[in-house]
Structures are given as structure tokens and as C-alpha cells.
Design a protein around this ligand. Structure first.
Ligand SMILES: Cc1ncc(C[n+]2csc(CCOP(=O)(O)OP(=O)(O)O)c2C)c(N)n1
Length: 585
């Protein structure tokens, strides 16, 4: 922001709560607010009218707005902002708030509420949104005076984006947005009793360093915390310097390049054989910013039983929550890894960009063993000449973009195939709802990711089920020329549910048939988005190329094999060693 613009915004004047809100958002560096108006936020929308500084994107549903803000935050590392009215506007945000909370995504969520005099009277469009969202927000505020708004908002941004990140809600009653106060922007922000990132304990780092020196079969698990803290370079330096293979959680994908020789791929329920065998066989498991989610561990009591477990996490509450660790290190992942690199004297010499499995390291035998497992059990699928397999669609996407695109997914089989067969060179390039597993997230999150990265290729991979949960946002892409490439992996079923019914419920298919879905090509065209269809391998490759070259939004309906299953798979209730390697049809 230019100095004179900042000075203009900082001017001490008596202005309305709504104007205070807008000014504070601009001073916080907010580039775009994703929102939807209503009665309780009309003063705020009135203040936006004719305000050239302020950028607001009107979605077609509040759920679209919050997932877009979430996608923006995940793709940029900045805090996403969304705005909705009281009552139904606010309640429509709840799934998105819970989605962001589960994955520690920084959001400031602003809701209007009824006037303070009406609070608690069951007034028209009144909802206790603070109460409803308390379990899924990092913190929340009710602004009761317009003059409090700058401090509240500064604190909200600070809390959302520091420590373990997460959504913060700011509820603003209508009269507060209307009333005036002198605008005083606090330069400093502090929240009493809140310590965002604890000091890293030097003795804990020393002990972990010693364990790494002793280990013959060490393994790194990279979780979302690596990406949240921007620790990917430190992680790569540690892995390469000490010859440690790296597996990731679903949300850790991108923390380490997919194609690095030390990369084993994703671990857990649909993880690679090499990653899961590495967990079972390692003698030291170092988790960096992962919370040992049950989709990773499957059975915590049978997880990495041969290993000494080191757990690096910014949130002390995660230590020993699910998997007990004998080497806990509480702190920001980047700070801990930096200290560890010093401890191991890995700070100089080797270039961080230098990839390569270090077979000359003491861990050489272990790396060879894992390489062998990888070559015996690569991710594979039956890829016939005719027809179209979903994995092929993802492989083509990865190949044609060279792993450089930002890819968002929805939830289901296509999400797992994207995680398995996609190719991600950098952090913040796979955006997916991991913790809550929210269908409807994939497409609107891509809109936010694209707004935060105007020059980059952004692709959204969806199932035909999830695509119908937020397809109304096609209007936003068309209207603003937001050039997201939308893939629908169309298997005419709720594929992941069908897969479970096949494997766990003796093939009884109950309510998974998506007959009656729209013609997705026509749906796209109805909104003014280019629509393509691919039913064969040749058509799929051609459609990807056409979409990637087209400057505007494109939807591709990939009509794929209906019966394909995601393998490998560890059935729920089983341990990693019970993995079904499986074959595709
Ligand atoms: C909002 C929501 N409702 C229900 C589910 C449960 N669920 C998980 S995967 C899935 C099927 C998704 O089907 P589709 O979008 O077609 O994707 P596919 O699995 O076929 O790739 C369902 C219903 C969910 N994750 N989120």
C-alpha cells in the first residue's frame, strides 16, 4: 500500500462502524472480501458502495464465499476474509468455518447480527452465531461499540494467523455498524495470556538430534504444519542432509516435492505401500506438523510400533493426544527444524535445492530397502485402451502442468486419486478439505485460490456429487472471467460411498446412484462457462490441453469408469499392516 494511501486511511475522523470496518480491513492488507449481503449488514454494504479501494466478490451462496476465502488463505498463506448477514447468512457459513478450523486455516469471518437492543429476543434473522460456532472457532468477538472495531479486528487477524492458525469470528450488530465513532487504529496488537508459538526447548532439540544420529531407519512425516509455517526448505535440507525418507499426510502434500527420490508419497488409509511400510519398519519416526489423524494412523495402538516417536507441533495439546511420543518438541515447525539443522550441523554446504537419495549416508540400506518396495508396489491401475479411468485423467493433468498448477479437490474418490497420482512441486498447490472432509469445498475454494494467484493455473477436481453442492458459483467464474479449470470426474455415483458399501457392506449399494444429475457441459454453458466432455483417453488429453490453453474458465466433464476403486486401502478399524494393495478393475 502506498504511504499516502495508508495515511489517508489512518486519518482520525468520526466515521461509521461500517467505514471503520472497511478501513481496518484495508489496513490489514485484505485484497478481497468474499461475501453475501442481507439486512443486518446493509450499512456495511452501503459503505462499500462507490468505494474504489474495496474489493468484494459476491458469491451465489454463503458457503461459496467461505470456501473461497478458505481457498484464498490456503493458496496464499494470507488470512481469508468473508462476510455474511445474520441468521441464515451466518448459519450458512458454519460448514466452512468448521472446515477451516479442522485444517487450521486462518480466516476472519464477519457476520452481521440484529441490533444490540434486539439481541436475545428471537428477532427476525437472529441467530446466536457465536454460540453455534464456539467449538469450531479459534476465538470470537461480539463488537458492541463501533470504536472497538479496530482493536477487535486487529486482534482477530493476529489470532487467526499466528500460532496454530484458525478461523476467528467477528459478529457486528446492525446498530454498531451504523453508529459513529472516532477512528483510532491501534498500531500494536497484543492479546493477554496468548502465546502464539512457544520458545523451542534447546534440550528437546538436542535429544532429537542425538536420536537422528543414532537412527538407522528414520522417517519424516510432513503434515500441514510444515506448510503453515513455511518450513519446506528446512524440511528438505534435513531430509537430504541426513538421508531421511519423507512421507506426508494428505494435507502435507506439497511440503516435499512429489518427485524427489526421498519422497515416499502419502501415508495412511489410501497411502502408498512404501509409505505405510516405512511407518511400520522405521526405528525413528519424526512427525513435523501432523496431528496423527486417524486417516493416517488407522490404529494408533499398532502404529509405528518399532519406532521411537518424535512429535514436532506448535500446539502442545497435540502432544500425546493420539500417539504417545518420547521426543516431543513444541514450537513452530520452521523454528524447530532450523534449530535441528544447527544441532546436526546441516546448515551449510549442501544446496537445499539439491535433490537425491543419499545412499552413502548411514541410512543407505534403509533407503535401498524402501526404493525396492517402491519399485515392486508402485501406484498402479488397469489402464485399457478404450474407456476412461479417473487415474488417467489425474495423470494427464499432472503431466500437462508439470506439477506446477494449484489444484483444489472436493471430497471422495477423486480426492484420493488426485493425492495419489497428482504431482506437486511446491507447498500450497494441493488444496483439499482433509480434517472435516467437506463436499462442496472443491470448486469455490479454487475461485479463492485463483483470486489470490491471478497469474497461475488453478484446477479444481470434483466428483459429480460434490460438484452439485456448490455449482452455482459457476456464475461467479463466468461473470468475472475467473479462469479456473473445473474437472468433473463423473462416475455417476457417490463413488467413495459406493466403494465402502462394496468393501464393508457386502456390496449393498444404498442410495449412491446419481441418476438425474445435469448434463455438466450444458450446465457450464448455461452459466456462460465453456464446457467440454471427454469419454476416452484421447479425448481426455485433448480436453485438458484445450482447457489449459483457454484464457477463461472451462468445465470438463470426464465420463469415467463407474466401478473404479481407490487402492491401496486400509479398511477402517484395521492397522496399516492390514493394507489391501488391491487391483483396479
Ligand atoms: C457435505 C458432505 N456430505 C456427505 C459426505 C460423505 N461423503 C464422502 S465422499 C462422498 C461421495 C462423493 O461422491 P462424488 O462427489 O461423486 O465423488 P467420488 O467419490 O465419486 O469421486 C460422500 C457422500 C461428505 N464428505 N460431505
Amino acid at each position: 500500500m502506498k504511504k499516502q494511501d495508508r495515511e489517508r486511511l489512518l486519518r482520525r475522523e468520526v466515521i461509521s462502524g461500517s467505514e471503520i470496518l472497511l478501513r481496518t480491513l484495508l489496513l490489514e492488507g485484505v485484497e478481497c472480501v468474499f461475501g453475501y449481503p442481507g439486512g443486518s449488514v446493509l450499512y456495511i454494504y452501503d459503505a462499500m458502495h462507490g468505494n474504489p479501494d474495496f474489493n468484494h466478490l459476491l458469491t451465489r451462496h454463503e458457503q461459496g464465499a467461505i470456501h473461497a476465502a478458505d481457498g484464498y488463505a490456503r493458496a496464499t498463506g494470507k488470512t481469508g476474509v468473508c462476510l455474511a448477514t445474520s441468521g441464515p447468512g451466518a448459519t450458512n457459513l458454519i460448514t466452512g468455518i468448521a472446515t477451516a478450523y479442522a485444517d487450521s486455516v486462518p480466516l476472519v469471518v464477519i457476520t452481521g447480527n440484529v441490533a444490540t437492543s434486539l439481541l436475545g429476543t428471537d428477532a427476525f434473522q437472529e441467530a446466536d452465531i457465536l454460540g453455534m460456532t464456539q467449538p469450531v472457532t479459534k476465538h470470537s468477538y461480539m463488537a458492541r461499540r463501533p470504536g472497538d472495531l479496530p482493536r477487535i479486528l486487529r486482534e482477530a487477524f493476529y489470532l487467526a494467523s499466528s500460532g496454530r492458525k484458525g478461523p476467528v469470528l467477528v459478529d457486528i450488530p446492525k446498530d454498531v455498524s451504523a453508529a459513529t465513532a472516532e477512528f483510532i487504529y491501534p498500531e500494536e496488537v497484543s492479546v493477554r495470556g496468548y502465546t502464539p508459538a512457544p520458545e523451542v526447548s534447546p534440550s528437546a532439540v538436542r535429544e532429537l538430534g542425538a536420536a537422528i544420529r543414532r537412527a538407522k531407519r528414520p522417517l519424516l512425516i510432513a503434515g500441514a504444519g510444515v506448510i503453515h509455517s513455511g518450513a519446506e526448505a528446512e524440511l528438505a535440507r534435513l531430509a537430504r542432509g541426513a538421508g531421511i525418507p519423507v512421507t506426508t499426510t494428505l494435507l502435507g502434500i506439497g511440503a516435499f516435492p512429489t518427485r524427489d527420490p526421498l519422497a515416499l508419497g502419502m501415508a495412511g488409509m489410501h497411502g502408498t505401500v512404501a509409505a505405510n511400510r516405512a511407518i511400520l519398519g522405521c526405528d525413528l519416526l519424526i512427525s513435523v506438523g501432523s496431528r496423527f489423524d486417524d486417516r493416517l494412523t488407522m490404529r494408533p495402538d499398532r502404529f509405528a510400533r518399532q519406532a521411537v516417536i518424535a512429535h514436532i507441533d506448535i500446539d502442545a495439546a497435540e502432544i500425546d493426544k493420539l500417539v504417545p511420543s518420547s521426543l516431543p518438541v513444541v514450537g513452530d515447525a520452521r523454528a524447530v527444524l532450523t534449530a535441528l539443522l544447527h544441532e546436526l550441523e546441516l546448515t551449510g554446504g549442501e544446496e537445499e535445492g539439491e535433490a537425491g537419495a543419499r545412499h552413502d549416508k548411514p541410512t543407505g540400506d534403509w533407503l535401498n530397502e524402501l526404493e525396492q518396495i517402491r519399485s515392486i508396489y508402485p501406484l498402479r491401475y488397469h489402464n485399457p485402451e478404450d474407456g476412461l479411468k479417473p487415474q488417467y485423467v489425474i495423470e494427464q493433468m499432472a503431466e500437462l502442468t508439470g506439477g506446477e498448477a494449484i489444484v483444489t479437490t472436493d471430497v471422495g474418490q477423486h480426492q484420493m486419486w488426485t493425492a495419489q497420482f497428482g504431482w506437486f512441486n511446491q507447498p500450497r498447490t494441493l488444496i483439499t478439505s482433509g480434517g472435516l472432509g467437506t463436499m462442496g469445498f472443491g470448486f469455490p475454494s479454487a475461485i479463492g485460490a485463483q483470486i489470490g494467484n491471478p497469474g497461475r493455473t488453478v484446477i479444481s477436481v470434483n466428483g459429480d456429487g460434490g460438484m452439485q453442492m456448490c455449482s452455482q458459483e459457476l456464475a461467479v467464474c463466468a461473470l468475472h472471467g475467473i479462469p479456473v479449470k473445473i474437472a468433473v470426474i463423473n462416475n455417476r455415483t457417490l463413488g467413495m460411498i459406493k466403494q465402502w458399501q462394496e468393501l464393508v457392506y457386502d456390496g449393498r449399494h444404498s442410495h449412491i446412484d446419481l441418476s438425474g444429475s445435469p448434463d455438466f457441459v450444458k450446465l457450464a454453458q448455461a452459466y456462460g462457462v465453456r464446457g467440454l466432455r471427454a469419454e476416452t483417453k484421447q479425448e481426455a488429453r485433448k480436453a485438458w490441453m484445450e482447457a489449459l490453453e483457454h484464457p477463461g474458465p472451462v468445465l470438463i466433464d470426464f465420463v469415467v469408469d463407474r466401478d473404479e476403486l481407490v487402492y491401496p486401502m486400509v479398511p477402517q478399524g484395521k492397522a496399516l499392516e492390514d493394507m489391501i494393495i488391491g487391483t483396479s478393475s
